[in-house]
Design a protein around this ligand. Structure first.
Ligand code: ADP
Ligand code: MG
Length: 385
């Protein structure tokens, strides 16, 4: 942490006003449910974006990241506007600049800042390095400008930045996880009203481990797929006469499916309704102190994403099949799919075997080596210096 503060000093010539951290996340279950006003169950990763930040009130925003080449990006706060790449240098700077824009859009007087960032969240691995970046910026500015924003308010600001300023139509899960997660817990989030509850998920205490398998691939296919799935789900909700697919109870799923004529929409509806139900069943098991029984639900969820929503890919399918064959309790892709990461629930004593089996299976299939690491459920955004 102090490394980031020291780098800030070298860049800007003074010590920062403070240092903040916000984590990436892994979603245990509930995928593609957040834009259907449904349920999700993410945990924060130990990996964080760390930002050293100073307030400045002269209308200048200076941004720097230790993780990308290039120097300090200098922007005029009053000139920030979506769709104007000159105002945020196009690339990565759009994430923190978008947060400043979103805060000002919401009526907060943010007059500028000096920001230096460094992140340990793997980028583009479906682990929400982007949300970590946004949320850490939002928290730092909220504190430096005395805005007193709550976790959900930080998350909404971050999502607005990503949707409207960066131009990525993401749901609210990633930002809520980064802003509101708690150590040793999973965050049960109702994306309809952003109400949430911390669900006990202290795996180490019960001899379990959660592994993340980063396939290190990102298939181009994913680019249009998100919007297409989203449109298909909205079409399903319209056809069923509900506000969102969240309103279809799993008991009424067969009747709902029978009313849908479009085969694709029918598959999407089946995934969303059944995955919402899997979130509820997972939470019931965790509340009951039976995390091992969650394994089969992960496998079921993966099959649904693979066969009904069709957002998996050979690398993710191989990761899940291999982990389960090597003795894991369960596994599934996590995040948007088409590459990115899978999550594996495994007994402590078998974690090494599973990791070895994954390496071998990927080698045998001619795929690049996956990154495998333990995901201890960690804290949400906070001040660290
Ligand atoms: P994910 O959120 O799953 O990691 P995204 O494509 O949503 O993937 O976000 C990745 C983008 O976020 C990167 O391309 C970059 O623009 C930005 N980003 C993430 N981490 C950093 C960082 N440490 N420094 C600068 N930009 C970053
Ligand atoms: Mg992202």
């Amino acid at each position: 942490m102090s490394g980031v503060a020291a780098e800030f000093g070298e860049l800007y010539g003074t010590a920062p006003d403070g240092v903040w951290a916000a984590p990436g996340r892994v979603n245990l279950i509930g995928e593609y449910t957040d834009f259907n006003e449904g349920f999700v169950l993410p945990s924060a990763l130990p990996h964080t974006a760390v930002a050293a930040v100073s307030r400045r009130d002269d209308g200048v925003l200076r941004l720097h990241s230790a993780d990308v080449p290039g120097g300090v990006v200098r922007l005029d706060v009053a000139g920030l506007a979506p769709g104007r790449p000159d105002t945020a240098a196009g690339g990565w700077a759009a994430y923190p600049a978008g947060v400043v824009w979103a805060l000002r859009e919401a009526g907060h007087e943010v007059g500028g800042a000096d920001v230096h960032l460094a992140s340990t969240v793997p980028t583009g691995a479906g682990l929400s390095s982007s949300a970590a970046l946004e949320v850490v910026t939002a928290l730092a500015l909220s504190e430096l400008y005395g805005l007193g924003l709550s976790g959900p308010e930080l998350a909404r600001t971050a999502q607005r930045a990503e949707n409207a300023f960066v131009g990525v139509p993401c749901g609210i899960m990633d930002q809520m996880a980064s802003a509101c997660a708690a150590e040793g817990h999973a965050l049960f989030l109702d994306t309809r009203d952003l109400s949430y509850r911390q669900v006990p998920f202290d795996l180490a205490a019960v001899g379990l481990r959660l592994l993340v398998v980063d396939t290190r691939v990102k298939h181009a296919l994913g680019d249009g797929a998100y919007a297409e799935r989203r449109a298909g789900c909205e079409a399903g909700a319209r056809a069923l006469g509900v506000r969102a697919l969240r309103d279809v109870d799993v008991e009424h799923l067969p009747a709902a499916l029978a009313r849908l004529t479009d085969e694709t929409v029918r598959r999407y509806v089946r995934h969303v309704v059944s995955d919402n139900d899997r979130v509820a069943r997972t939470i019931a098991l965790l509340d009951a102190g039976d995390p091992r029984a969650v394994g089969p639900l992960l496998v079921e969820g993966h099959a649904s994403l693979r066969d009904d929503l069709r957002v998996s890919c050979p690398e993710l399918d191989l990761a899940v099949e291999t982990a389960v064959a090597a003795g894991a309790l369960g596994a599934r892709m996590t995040g948007g799919g088409f590459g990115g990461s899978a999550v594996v629930l495994v007994e402590d004593g078998l974690a090494e075997d599973v990791a070895d089996a994954l390496g071998k299976a990927f080698r045998d299939a001619g795929f690049g080596a996956p990154g495998v690491f333990g995901a201890v459920p960690s804290a949400g955004a906070r001040r660290v210096g």
